[in-house]
Write a protein that binds this ligand. Structure first.
Ligand code: SF4
Ligand code: SF4
Length: 320
């Protein structure tokens, strides 16, 4: 029975997957509009005002940009000694009303991970326990960043400029961009193109091993390793490291947009289990509440499970 359904399903055009790819490509070019500028040899800087507050880490223009995402603005506000009610509120509302749909359909960093994953032939999965533990790493990372930036805000709010300056010196470049070291988008759209450009200009790889930049070198190769991992473990960065993913998952777990599974149509994991095998973020769909699930805020609504389910047992749900 499953085989028959699978066969008929495999003949259908994967409308959702194609739609998602089209939206990802359009988003990629709009958010990284420097690519459009290069292609059309024109100035799209007007787009900067539109895209710089989208919830991505460093949206567009590499080292030339002043664009930033909601999380950058949140950290900036904390460093100014204020509580970022507005930016955190927007992130929370996005998660509440849209879950992590940005991650699945819009985020250019997610899109690149999807492309890389397409290169690998074989999906690898961590065990349930390892996956659950690793997913906590990004939450821990976010907390560490908040703890690191908080003294700046405290010194600023009590007007202790000497301590503020001392701590700012201690943080160095992190004062202005605390997210940079753990931002894959910073690496993809700022660091990596810059390094490649230097290598092309100087015709050597000296830029990678400059004196006094050991941390940059370590980070560079760490990100290369992360990207290689992503070829086999889909969305590895999103799942385990992305600070925006960590921030939005708190409200996304209560998202009004979610999925539901109809148990009357679903024969279960032993007989089928396809949905879980295709899920890029390893949601244990069959262990989730069938009346509505968000994968504890990890589901990015890519809809792979819905499209691949041979029994059409997975549907959208809107509501609590
Ligand atoms: S549960 Fe379904 S929609 Fe959510 S991430 Fe997994 S495959 Fe995509
Ligand atoms: S919900 Fe999952 S296990 Fe159930 S029929 Fe669909 S793909 Fe198979």
């Amino acid at each position: 029975m499953v085989d028959q359904n699978l066969e008929s399903k495999s003949k259908r055009i994967p409308v959702l997957a194609i739609s998602r790819k089209v939206i990802q490509v359009i988003s990629f070019f709009l958010i990284n509009y420097t690519a459009l500028e290069l292609i059309f040899n024109t100035d799209f800087s007007l787009l900067q005002d539109i895209f710089k507050v989208l919830p991505f880490l460093h949206s567009a223009k590499g080292s030339w940009t002043v664009g930033a995402g909601l999380l950058e603005y949140s950290f900036y506000t904390i460093a100014q000694g204020e509580i970022p009610f507005f930016f955190v509120g927007v992130i929370a509302l996005l998660g509440l009303f849209g879950g992590r749909i940005f991650c699945g359909w819009v985020c250019p960093t997610g899109f690149i991970q999807d492309l890389l994953y397409g290169l690998g032939g074989d999906t690898k999965r961590f065990s349930l326990e390892v996956d659950r533990s690793l997913k906590k790493v990004k939450n821990f990372g976010l907390i560490v960043l908040i703890v690191l930036i908080l003294p700046l805000g405290i010194y600023r709010s009590i007007s202790d400029i000497v301590k503020y300056d001392d701590y700012s010196d201690f943080l160095g470049n992190l004062t202005d961009n605390i997210l940079a070291p753990i931002s894959l988008s910073e690496f993809l759209f700022v660091t990596f193109p810059g390094v490649v450009q230097s290598i092309i200009d100087d015709v050597n790889v000296q830029v990678l091993f400059s004196e006094g930049k050991a941390w940059s070198t370590v980070l560079f190769f760490t990100y290369i390793i992360i990207l290689v991992i992503t070829v086999f473990w889909p969305r590895a960065y999103c799942k385990y490291l992305c600070p925006y993913g960590a921030a939005i998952s708190f409200s996304a777990r209560y998202s009004l947009i979610k999925l539901q599974r109809m148990p009357t149509r679903c024969p279960g994991r032993k007989e089928c289990g396809i949905c879980e095998r295709v899920c890029p973020v390893q949601v244990r769909i069959l262990d989730e509440d069938f009346s509505g699930f968000t994968g504890h805020g990890e589901c990015n609504l890519c809809l792979e499970c819905m499209e691949k389910c041979p029994h059409d047992a997975i549907k959208f749900k809107f509501g609590v």
